[in-house]
Design a protein around this ligand. Structure first.
Ligand code: GDP
Length: 420
């Protein structure tokens, strides 16, 4: 069974928890796109971990964890992440890194800072070099991580990349450092990472052909997709389920199950349109009760009501076979809860798709439902939920047309209602 777990909103939906939940039964977990700029927070019997690049199956020693070809890897940060897992008692021997994954070089971080500083309208990048690394990949300047193996080859490629980049973009110099510093950092990381780097395709193909349970883990969500998101406030890769095929190396016809992960409300980090954003007390309530601060950056996330057009749009683009609704517990204590059913733009009713510059102007149209006051974090069955919470879930299923098969009522793995 090939099973993709994708973000149904703007990222940070809680994919990490659900991948950890599904990974208990998975033989392989593959990260198929993105870099270490977003983070999954996992709370399980080993403790609390912030994962940035390592797939969430790492806690299960029998699960092969693949940093896939579509991912961009910052070697030094990956070394730190491995160390923090090892310090927490986790054996990372089940990790493999695709030799075709691209390297995020210090150069890319300098470039990210330079480019964001020179934009009049900020994209809201995390300044970790992810976008520039993808630019270089598409521009055919990039370095694949497998190129680290041959030290002489690596040095010569790195040197020519460094010289070419400074020539093309002299402005990055003010954010940058020396070649030697970059070289020293990368070669230190290389020592740690070499044993993990391999051609992952034979391994993946073997798993797929043997009918193993393979989980595909994405970063961010549909609204940050390079093609279909709120361009230009998007990431430089494809979080949608179609991206799994290219990024992991799996035929699209093999993907049989797609779980879209959504919160019971909406959050977003960075710039760009967010029609249901609340800047009042209600927004603060969601931010505080949901602990909505970025796992990697610590930036407070903007919060708002659930946006159904986003879920419907994602249902088409991703082909959700089911949804998982996260953080339903955060809405407890409200007398009323709202959901945005569609938008109004110049007196006309709209759904997605809308380009970002039009979505900026769109006004959300809400339907208000009864809230509930009970603490639901101990509920383990759908029937344990208060009537109003059940009606909230059922209303969303009806509006989106996709079953909500999982409901999460707390950060821990067992705080999950399965309706299978
Ligand atoms: P991801 O990047 O999509 O995995 O999302 P994050 O890990 O950044 O954000 C999810 C955060 O919410 C983490 O701190 C989780 O521990 C927490 N979380 C996940 N599911 C729930 C839930 O159902 N209720 C509550 N209260 N917290 C949750």
């Amino acid at each position: 069974m090939i099973h993709a777990v994708v973000g149904a909103q703007y990222g940070d939906e809680g994919k990490g928890k659900m991948v950890d939940y599904f990974a208990v039964q998975a033989d392989m977990v593959i990260r198929y796109q993105g870099g270490g700029n977003a983070g999954h927070t996992i709370v399980n019997e080993h403790g609390k971990f912030a994962l940035h690049l390592v797939p969430s199956g790492i806690f299960n020693p029998n699960t092969v964890c693949v940093v896939g070809t579509g991912v961009v890897v910052h070697p030094m940060n990956l070394v730190k992440e491995l160390k923090s897992l090892q310090d927490g008692g986790i054996d990372t021997g089940n990790l493999v890194i695709s030799n075709r994954a691209h390297i995020v070089l210090p150069l890319h971080i300098w470039q990210d800072q330079y480019e964001e500083a020179s934009r009049s309208k900020k994209v809201g990048t995390t300044l970790q070099g992810i976008g520039p690394a993808y630019q270089d990949k598409a521009g055919r300047f990039g370095l694949q991580i497998g190129e680290m193996k041959d030290l002489e080859h690596f040095r010569s490629r790195l040197l020519s990349t460094y010289e070419a980049k400074l020539k093309r973009m002299p402005g990055i110099r003010e954010f940058g450092g020396s070649f030697d510093d970059m070289w020293n950092e990368l070669t230190a990381a290389r020592e740690v990472l070499l044993p993990y780097i391999q051609d992952t395709l034979p391994l993946i193909r073997q798993a797929v052909e043997a009918g193993k349970h393979v989980l595909l883990e994405g970063q961010l969500g549909v609204m940050r997709d390079l093609d279909w998101g709120v361009y230009p406030f998007v990431t430089s890769s494809s979080p949608i389920s179609g991206g799994t095929s290219a990024g992991a190396g799996i035929p699209p016809t093999a993907i049989k199950r797609v779980t879209g992960i959504t919160k019971a409300y909406t959050t977003a980090v960075g710039e760009g349109p967010f029609p249901t954003k609340l800047e009042d007390e209600m927004g603060k309530f969601l931010q505080e009760h949901g602990h909505e601060y970025g796992a990697t950056t610590g930036r407070p996330r903007a919060t708002g009501w659930l946006d159904i057009p986003t879920l419907r749009y994602g249902a088409w683009l991703n082909g959700y076979t089911e949804l998982a609704m996260m953080k339903l517990d955060v809405l407890s204590g409200l007398s009323e809860v709202s959901i945005c059913t569609h938008y109004d733009l110049n007196g006309q009713s709209y759904d997605l798709p809308l380009p970002a510059y039009e979505l900026e102007q769109a006004q959300p149209v809400y339907e208000t439902l009864a809230g509930w006051t009970e603490d639901i974090s101990g509920c383990r069955k759908f029937d344990d939920l208060p009537e109003a919470a059940k009606e909230f879930v059922q209303k969303i299923e009806e509006l989106v047309g996709v079953p909500i098969r999982y409901i999460s009522v707390g950060p821990e793995r067992n705080q999950t209602i399965s309706r299978e």
